[in-house]
Design a protein around this ligand. Structure first.
Ligand code: CTP
Ligand code: K
Ligand code: MG
Length: 180
């Protein structure tokens, strides 16, 4: 059955999905790279800020704690055993997502792409790959129990779709400068 897999994948990844969107709303202020350049281009660029990263990470962690509070009734309502998040796992998912996005900006600058330029596939999966890697390191037993191979497949298929929909939506609402 695909329903429980989708429910579990979406629920377990929410603390990794929300940080990048929170960063878009909170962004601004000092860039992480302090304006520094490396090999003729910015290290990261003005789109990766301390404030966006901190607020994004915090939002993901707070969301995970909120999900913990409603996990039991939500599980009962849909008949799926939804997982709760220990603090280290919550932090790994949220901060890992932010780091994946920052790493992608580093690669974009190295490949001559200006701030805001699209980098298909990398844009849609950077944050998921690093968030998953981080949570598997930080809370291995939990990650192995939640992210079974079939849940992982659902995450890798579902994330690009959600990413495109959210970013086109944020662009249409005037919250984002580009629809990706
Ligand atoms: N943002 C931030 N800090 C982050 C990530 C995002 O402040 N760590 C904010 C910035 O205002 C950024 C906006 O969210 O401009 C959109 O994020 P994103 O699309 O990831 O950045 P881009 O501006 O497109 O820059 P890049 O080309 O480096 O991805
Ligand atoms: K990005
Ligand atoms: Mg962008």
């Amino acid at each position: 059955m695909i329903g429980p897999l989708v429910a579990t994948a979406f629920w377990a990844m929410l603390p990794a999905y929300v940080p990048n969107n929170a960063a878009v709303l909170a962004g601004g202020g000092r860039p992480i790279d302090g304006g520094r350049e490396w090999r003729g281009a910015r290290l990261l660029g003005d789109g990766k800020t301390w404030r966006g990263t901190a607020v994004g990470t915090l939002t993901g962690v707070v969301l995970a704690l909120a999900l913990n509070a409603v996990a039991a009734p939500a599980s009962a309502a849909i008949g799926v055993d939804l997982p709760t998040f220990a603090l280290p796992a919550a932090f790994a998912l949220a901060f890992g997502a932010m780091c994946g996005d920052i790493g992608a900006s580093f690669l974009k600058r190295r490949s001559g792409r200006e701030r805001g330029a699209a980098f298909p596939v990398l844009d849609q999966l950077d944050f998921v790959v690093v968030a998953l890697a981080a949570v598997f390191v930080v809370d291995t037993d939990w990650a192995l129990a939640v992210f079974t191979p079939s849940v992982l497949v659902v995450v890798l298929v579902m994330t690009p779709v959600l990413h495109v929909v959210t970013n086109v939506g944020a662009y249409a609402l005037g919250l984002k400068n580009e629809p990706w």
